[in-house]
Design a protein around this ligand. Sequence first.
Ligand SMILES: [Zn+2]
Length: 174
Amino acid sequence: MKKFLIPICLITGISLGYAIASLRVSNPTANATTQPVDATNHKAKDLVFHCADFRFKPMEGLFVCSTCSEKKADVLSWAGGVKIINSDNPVLVEEALKNIGKLIETHGVENIRLMNHLDCAGYGGSAKHESPAAEHEFHKKELNRAAGIVQQKFPNVHIYKYIETFHEIKPLVP
Ligand SMILES: [Zn+2]
């Protein structure tokens, strides 16, 4: 059974990210379809919080299938990923935390997976950093700072941190 489920997840992950959008553009009369879902159950234990950048969506779909409970997750996409949580503007921070809180309350989220990616335009892209190592270190600090803010607001959830490269989503080791 497991061997059968993995290919379905791969297809679903890719479809949700990019392929469906391409299908709609190339053939506006086509009906985009996904794997059947249980429409009566909106519960999800996982929440993925990441940047809106389309380049990472196929990989993120695969991540959900391989890592998240029951191969499903709620998703919050913000330009710049966790940058909004670390913002100096309290209105923006409150908006992000309010969205997270609503999903914890209504969907039963237990695990929050914070992601930042390399070459993020929200931070000025890779060119803004002196080296790949410096860019990695920058996002590590951003993720740790955001995780602290989220954990303080929601002490009962588990928080996981990841840095996305163009070929993998790497767990951030403290
Ligand atoms: Zn980005």
